[in-house]
Design a protein around this ligand. Structure first.
Ligand SMILES: Cc1cc2nc3c(=O)[nH]c(=O)nc-3n(C[C@H](O)[C@H](O)[C@H](O)COP(=O)(O)OP(=O)(O)OC[C@H]3O[C@@H](n4cnc5c(N)ncnc54)[C@H](O)[C@@H]3O)c2cc1C
Length: 375
């Protein structure tokens, strides 16, 4: 049997999907949980995410395993809730620029060797396996279909997790303003909000997305940061048969619960003008270009209009892998900072909650510690 800290009071700072998933998991394990967030829940990256659920491509074995466990938890959630509208496993379809399939071939072999479900489809086969795609957009070399992938719309997931948190007695404080984890000596003692409320705690989790590296830097701990400013464009509901998530050379497209589409891409992200003071500007030509690129990969090439777009930081650690766990030398101070937080939210929340409450490190998180950068 594992020893547990008696009557643990835990605060989670940050109301994105990672903070909310951790808070819900902590409450499920019996902690007295308070989640504080500066504005409203889902106001950060989680409110403007493509949220493709996957372990596509090549990565370390440990990271692949973590992502597969992430997918596993979503499968369970899909089976046990009425999440059908906002959580789907209709596969992912990826293709390379015409004439350059080499990297995708290597990815494909890697995925197959690791037992990750991947099929190389001809243009003709795509229509049978995944509807709604313009066959003319697919290169002669074909495309990779990953039937086990899916997508999640994060705001309804956050609502679902908050309901679970509330059902287990947890508290959510929105519009708390920038909140701070207080360290006295070598331990966390409290979380304070901008309005001066003090929540005394035994442990705290910093899940403030892109703000994590700067906060821990003020404690003398370096987490390299590769966070870019990103862009997610949303169309109004549109009559297309698309079910899978598309990852194409010029645009990624995923369906949503209300029939609209969300779009992003690397080139449109790089076109965002970032000013020296941190402000940024999205050009109309970028948004229109992304809508055109999406139209070009969809069956019938529908005219796509803009409903809204969200731009802002997409949290990415410097080495691309998750940063999870207790800060070295500060008892009770845990952090969560990762890309692919949609895929990883449920499993990271679960594993971290158990670490917070039992002080027992999970072997699954061993490669992802904040201390790895100290070396
Ligand atoms: C365009 C885009 C595409 C993406 N595509 C994918 C994908 O396909 N698959 C995938 O798995 N993942 C994807 N991601 C990544 C995923 O969405 C993120 O990893 C995840 O949403 C991050 O969640 P978070 O809780 O760490 O951060 P956030 O959602 O940013 O939440 C942090 C919250 O903390 C609050 N906060 C900040 N500072 C403070 C403070 N001092 N006090 C209180 N509150 C504070 C913020 O207001 C914010 O609400 C994508 C992200 C983006 C932006």
């Amino acid at each position: 049997m594992t020893d547990r800290v008696p009557a643990p009071r835990v605060a989670v700072v940050g109301g994105g999907v990672l903070g909310v998933a951790t808070a819900a998991a902590l409450a499920a394990e019996g902690a007295d949980v308070t989640l504080v967030t500066d504005t409203r829940l889902g106001s950060g990256a989680s409110g403007r995410s493509l949220s493709w659920l996957n372990s596509y491509g090549r990565r370390s074995g440990a990271y692949h395993e973590l992502r597969m466990l992430g997918l596993d938890r979503y499968r369970t959630l899909a089976a046990r809730t009425h999440a059908a509208g906002w959580l789907r496993f209709d596969g992912g379809l990826t293709w390379a620029p015409a004439g350059s399939p080499e990297r995708h071939r290597v990815d494909f072999e890697h995925m197959r060797q690791n037992g990750y479900d991947a099929q190389w489809l001809t243009r003709e086969e795509v229509a049978d396996m995944t509807p709604g795609v313009d066959p003319a957009a697919i290169p002669d070399e074909g495309a990779i279909f990953n039937p086990s992938e899916g997508w999640v719309e994060l705001p309804p997931l956050i609502d679902h997790l908050v309901q679970q948190l509330h059902a287990r007695g947890g508290t959510v404080v929105e519009h708390a303003g920038p909140s701070t984890i207080v360290v006295e000596g070598d331990r966390v003692t409290a979380v304070t909000t901008a309005s001066g409320d003090i929540h005394e705690v035994d442990a705290a989790v910093l899940a403030t997305g892109p703000a994590v590296p700067a906060t821990v830097a003020s404690l003398g701990i370096a987490i390299p940061d590769a966070t870019p400013i990103s862009l997610l464009v949303r169309t109004p509901p549109v009559d297309v048969a698309l079910r899978a998530v598309l990852n194409t050379p010029r645009v990624a497209v995923r369906p949503t619960p209300d029939g609209s589409l969300v779009l992003d891409s690397g080139w449109s992200e790089r076109e965002i003008v970032v000013h020296e003071d941190g402000g940024f500007q999205v050009e109309d030509s970028t948004v229109q270009g992304l809508l055109r690129e999406a139209s070009a990969v969809l069956e019938g090439n529908p005219t796509l209009e803009l409903a809204s777009y969200g731009a802002g930081p997409k949290p990415i650690p410097g080495d691309g892998e998750p940063v999870v766990g207790q800060l070295p030398g500060i008892g009770g101070y845990h952090v969560l900072f990762t890309h692919s937080g949609a895929t990883l939210a449920l499993i990271l929340g679960e594993l971290l909650a158990r670490e917070v409450l039992t002080d027992t490190p999970s072997p699954l998180l061993q490669s992802f510690r904040p201390a790895r950068f100290a070396a």
